[in-house]
Ligand binder design. Structure first.
Ligand SMILES: *[C@@H]1O[C@H](CO)[C@@H](O)[C@H](O)[C@H]1NC(C)=O
Ligand SMILES: *[C@@H]1O[C@H](CO)[C@@H](O)[C@H](O)[C@H]1NC(C)=O
Ligand SMILES: *[C@@H]1O[C@H](CO)[C@@H](O)[C@H](O)[C@H]1NC(C)=O
Ligand SMILES: *[C@@H]1O[C@H](CO)[C@@H](O)[C@H](O)[C@H]1NC(C)=O
Ligand SMILES: *[C@@H]1O[C@H](CO)[C@@H](O)[C@H](O)[C@H]1NC(C)=O
Ligand SMILES: *[C@@H]1O[C@H](CO)[C@@H](O)[C@H](O)[C@H]1NC(C)=O
Length: 334
């Protein structure tokens, strides 16, 4: 719209009328182009411009801490989880290294980048988020007790004692903040959110396609002593996971959920850890007649944390990071 003083200034002359006509034309053209681009833009949240997966439309990772395969299998809930009709035990699944951090880094980076400690690192390299964003696959990293707002400190929450040993959130279990191109991007690091945001995303039916969930230091079984241990972690897991498995806003017949541990306990050889796939996609997974016995019906293929990016890359045809993800084995599905 032209303001009246402009009309007044130009109104009397032929040149003035031309100026007004030209301005009107530019305004109309601008509005037209804008409305075309609005029509063309697909709505990522509505899934219109999101590639549908070859086998699944959602992959969820939930990671507990520090237990040998045998210790985890001795836990009633973890054994029963793997024995569900819509689940499959991966009986030869391995962590990558000790201590914790490189295992998490490897799951989204396809490499440990030589990291052998739990200290803060800034990794200037591509990662799974680049591949997901490149294909408009929605994702969020849910970290229990994470303060949000791109927080990159070492720990938060819990008791400020023993140099962070009793914190609830610790940075070494959050691989996302260690990649410069995630932490350094406002839109990306806003997708690292406090864990309880998953409940509101379920309520609003906006759970992303890739969900990376890290329980806090008590829920993940890390902080032992003081009455906390892996069995208490699985009490938490049962209360957290079972209702979600029944909720179609989280789990449907195109959903796969991986429950695993970052690394074995100190004593574990070969870094052999528990891993189970569960979810609607596995609804009628196999012909196993002994479904009550997870070991009989297990997938005994050799897998590692690098199988996580590999499975996601294959499903959405994302290519690869060109690291260990490239030649890892994808999980057999369904
Ligand atoms: C993905 O699948 C949904 C549901 O079947 C469909 O509405 C949507 O158009 C598909 N998206 C693409 C990009 O094919
Ligand atoms: C991702 O979404 C944008 C619109 O937001 C669209 O222009 C682009 O083509 C999409 N990319 C792919 C790979 O579908
Ligand atoms: C956290 O971010 C600040 C600002 O970007 C940076 O100076 C600092 O080195 C980062 N700290 C860690 C531990 O990454
Ligand atoms: C989930 O659904 C099953 C089958 O309907 C039911 O037996 C079970 O109690 C439900 N679990 C929860 C936690 O709601
Ligand atoms: C299912 O079990 C039957 C009977 O044991 C067997 O003949 C068949 O080959 C199995 N099918 C698959 C796909 O494993
Ligand atoms: C896997 O691929 C990486 C990167 O291409 C390569 O360096 C490594 O040697 C390969 N490992 C095996 C076991 O083939």
């Amino acid at each position: 719209m032209l303001r009246s003083e402009e009309v007044f200034a130009h109104g009397g002359t032929r040149l003035g009328r031309l100026v007004i006509l030209r301005r009107r034309w530019l305004l109309w053209r601008h509005a037209f182009v804008l409305s075309l681009s609005l029509l063309a833009a697909c709505r990522i949240r509505a899934g219109e411009c999101t590639a549908n997966g070859t086998q699944f439309d959602r992959f969820v990772v939930v990671i507990l801490e520090n237990a040998d395969f045998e210790v985890a299998m001795a836990d009633d809930y973890l054994a029963s989880l793997a024995a569900r009709p819509d689940a499959r035990l991966l009986s030869d699944y391995h962590g990558l290294a000790h201590p914790s951090q490189p295992n998490y880094i490897g799951q989204i980076g396809g490499d440990t980048f030589g990291i052998t400690d739990d200290d803060p690192h800034e990794i200037d390299a591509t990662n799974l988020v680049d591949l997901l964003d490149g294909a408009n696959i929605t994702w969020k990293a849910y970290m229990e007790d994470y303060p949000g707002d791109c927080f990159n400190g070492s720990n938060a929450g819990g008791l400020p004692l023993f140099n962070g040993a009793l914190s609830l959130y610790v940075r070494q279990h959050n691989p996302f903040v260690s990649f410069s191109n995630i932490l350094g991007s406002a839109s990306r690091c806003q997708k690292i959110v406090p864990g309880n945001e998953l409940d509101s995303d379920i309520s609003s039916k906006s759970v992303p396609q890739f969900v990376y969930f890290v329980p806090n230091q008590i829920h993940n079984g890390h902080t032992t002593g003081f009455g906390f241990n892996v069995f208490q972690a699985t009490d938490w897991l049962q209360g957290w996971l079972d209702p979600k498995l029944n909720d179609s806003a989280f789990n449907n017949d195109r959903t796969v959920i991986l429950v695993t541990f970052d690394e074995s306990g100190v004593s574990g050889s070969g870094n052999h850890v528990y891993a189970a796939l569960v979810g609607g996609l596995l609804g009628s997974p196999s012909n196993c007649s002994a479904k009550g016995d997870p070991l009989t019906c297990a997938d005994g293929s050799y897998y590692t944390h690098y199988s996580v990016p590999k499975t996601i890359e294959d499903n959405w045809k994302l290519g690869s990071l060109g690291r260990n993800d490239q030649n890892a084995s994808a999980f057999k599905l369904p």
